[in-house]
Design a protein around this ligand. Sequence first.
Ligand SMILES: Cc1cc2nc3c(=O)[nH]c(=O)nc-3n(C[C@H](O)[C@H](O)[C@H](O)COP(=O)(O)OP(=O)(O)OC[C@H]3O[C@@H](n4cnc5c(N)ncnc54)[C@H](O)[C@@H]3O)c2cc1C
Length: 395
Amino acid sequence: MRRIVVVGGSLAGVSALEELRARGFDGELVLVGAERHLPYTRPPLSKEALTGEVRHGPLALRESGWYDDHHVTLRLGHAATGLDSRERVVVLDDGTTVGYDGLVIATGSSPRRSALTSTLVNALELRNLDDAERLVRALRGARHLVVIGAGFIGMEAAATARGLGVEVTVVDVAASPMNRAFGSAVGQWFQRRHQEHGVRVLCSTAVERIEESSHRTLVRLAGGETLAADALLVAVGATATTAWLAGSGLPVGDGILCEPSLATEIPGVVAAGDVARWHNGTFGEPMRIEHWTNAVEQGRHAAATLLGDPRPFTSVPYFWTDQYDAKLRCVGRPSSGDDVEILAESGRTLVAVFGRGGVVSGAVCVNAPRRLAALRQAIAERAPFPDVVAGTLAP
Ligand SMILES: Cc1cc2nc3c(=O)[nH]c(=O)nc-3n(C[C@H](O)[C@H](O)[C@H](O)COP(=O)(O)OP(=O)(O)OC[C@H]3O[C@@H](n4cnc5c(N)ncnc54)[C@H](O)[C@@H]3O)c2cc1C
């Protein structure tokens, strides 16, 4: 293999580049990225980065010299618009092509857009550095931020904006915040924390229509109430960034459909990070994970597969979210339909375990990091849910 091209200049892509060199690949490496910035980390964009001026420097995943040291050719500010796997070329938005012997697809995910909000001029979303800059500008001098979507990013942005003294209302059709991942019990605990900090959380509430004028946005709710916003953030989830692969022959369906090794059906093409859907042997389920740690691990794993070491990628997913002083750490793959048992709860801490099919599927620890390792172990071992609840496995 003489040239490996990585499409997607972010966490999974950089992790793949690093692993390729670490494993001794000494051919050409090309990184194609739609954003003009050097790859950077996203979690601070909904947290501390919103409290001041958003600057790329502290967020950079690697310093600029790293790319020179690793002999990586950068094609930043160029989106890939097509893949011709027969000719083994990636087509870029300026009409040029980049040939490859091996290809890592790491194009991540993009904000989901709804018919209700996609035509709005002033609505903000939060996926990248430029989005965060726009949100910071909008929050400066704003009295009222309305957030549509009570998922992780919406709730984190709500907490951060509240810390800046902005009045915040969050609206979601779901019954509680972060409902898709956790169901009600954990979500309601977080809803109370937000309410204690003065955020208005309107769950089980639909937005009927949105009207914009030059200086404010009117969000009309199904119940008849109208919210007047100086800033509107739409955070209703994300979808895998796969549109550019249309016509490539690569199987796609809520992400790029990968083999357990993260190889795709097309020889010489692997995928990693938010964009990849694969069968996770730990759970015996197909999944696509939108978490930081997964992007690092899969980027490395996909690189190994590409270089001829195609082992199944099995994992116990991990992620965190920080809202006020509540630091949530989650292991496993909980889902809203799972059984849930609260193992410990106070105003500051929460420990919850989830079960699916009689087996522990996930665990959430808020301000209780010491419980995490044993629960993670129980998930990796597919421990019976009743045993974990009874405490015969977890400490
Ligand atoms: C605001 C925010 C806060 C987050 N907070 C947390 C957190 O607290 N904890 C946690 O675990 N996770 C968090 N995440 C999730 C985590 O950041 C992602 O899982 C991670 O960034 C995924 O990395 P990735 O490389 O797979 O994709 P991405 O980071 O999405 O990067 C994909 C890159 O590919 C580029 N691209 C897309 N299409 C093309 C194309 N056609 N051609 C070229 N380039 C393309 C994109 O511009 C982007 O730069 C957060 C995400 C966001 C947005």
